[in-house]
Design a protein around this ligand. Structure first.
Ligand code: PMP
Length: 321
């Protein structure tokens, strides 16, 4: 096994030009040498699958759920990963430990390689990489709130795109919607689904507070977020009613609070959707605090321990998804 020097890359260094190590197909390789061929199937046909994970105090929150979703996403895209979810857990722990990471971001990714450019390429070797780097909170002084722009792009129907998979094939859409939102001076895009119902942001799930209860779209045309599931459970623990149902855009008028959930965003208040403004409300704040306690403490999903940390999570509108 090739072991690179575990130097922690600075958060501002260009991503591909850092010291450190990336786990690639079973080995830790020097960061700059973790490359793929330009004729890789995954680059041309968009079938790569990936995860976005966060390490807190050196432990990846909900690690196994993420590894299992990577395996399931690949299956959805028609290929099997050469590693099990348990093996991916171990690889991720190895990368995090080699980086000496406490708080950071973890990006596992899998793709079909350059053995053939046939669209149907069952024999093309599947590659898997896991990278991790420090990712400090951007707005450590408290929630800034996200301002959303409703996108003209819509989340496709389940019979139009592999909506259950976290695959690059879907993220061209998010990228277009995000560019459009930023051009409009907003932090992120709100996408409707193919029927014009509320769906999600480019990398986070959507929640509305209506009459004190949480309402969120079912994971039909949106990613079944691991943070979404965690926040639903935390809300139920707090005695809140959670309703999963299709939501019409007009319901935004009646919502007293809106927030987003995602590994990168954590629980992030939305302060505006187009012309409609929202306050930083009690429900979102309580859930943001409960989530912060969960990621640092009792329920890391990876046997993590550590004291609760107060304060609401930071906004990361320009981070990875
Ligand atoms: N929707 C999309 C499109 C995403 O990219 C993400 C981030 N993975 C989410 C929702 C939130 O998912 P999770 O809570 O698992 O990070």
């Amino acid at each position: 096994m090739t072991r690179a020097t575990p130097v922690i890359p600075g958060p501002d260094a260009p991503l591909a030009d850092r010291d450190g190590a990336i786990w690639l197909d079973g080995d830790l390789v020097p960061w700059r040498e973790a490359r793929l061929h330009v004729l890789s199937h995954g680059l041309h046909y968009g079938g790569s699958v990936f995860e976005g994970e966060r390490a807190y105090d050196g432990r990846v929150f909900k690690l196994h759920e993420h590894s299992a979703r990577l395996v399931a996403s690949a299956r959805e895209m028609g290929y099997a990963l050469p590693w099990s979810a348990d093996e991916l857990d171990a690889a991720t722990r190895e990368v995090v430990a080699a980086a000496g990471l406490t708080d950071g971001y973890v990006r596992p990714v899998a793709w079909r390689g350059g053995d053939t450019l046939r669209l149907v390429a069952p024999d093309s070797r599947v590659h898997v990489a896991v990278a991790a780097w420090p990712w400090p909170r951007i707005f450590a002084d408290g929630p800034r709130g996200i301002r959303l722009h409703t996108s003209r792009w819509r989340r496709p129907a389940p019979d139009t795109a592999p909506v259950r998979a976290k695959t690059a094939a879907q993220y061209a859409l998010g990228s277009l919607a995000g560019q459009e939102a930023e051009a409009a001076g907003r932090d992120d895009a709100l996408l409707l689904d193919h029927r014009g119902r509320l769906a999600e942001a480019t990398g986070a799930n959507l929640f509305l507070v209506l009459d004190g209860a949480l309402h969120t779209p079912p994971p039909e045309c949106v990613l079944d977020g691991i943070t979404r599931r965690t926040v639903i459970a935390l809300a139920q623990d707090l005695g809140l009613t959670v309703v999963e149902r299709h939501l019409a855009p007009a319901e935004l008028e009646r919502a007293t609070e809106v927030f987003l959930t995602g590994t990168a965003y954590e629980v992030q208040p939305v302060t505006a959707v187009d012309a409609r403004e929202y306050p930083l409300g009690e429900v979102g704040t309580a859930l943001a605090e409960a989530y912060t306690r969960a990621v640092r403490g009792g329920d890391s999903g990876d046997g993590g321990v550590g004291g609760p940390v107060g304060g609401a999570p930071a906004a990361v509108p320009d981070g990875p998804r």
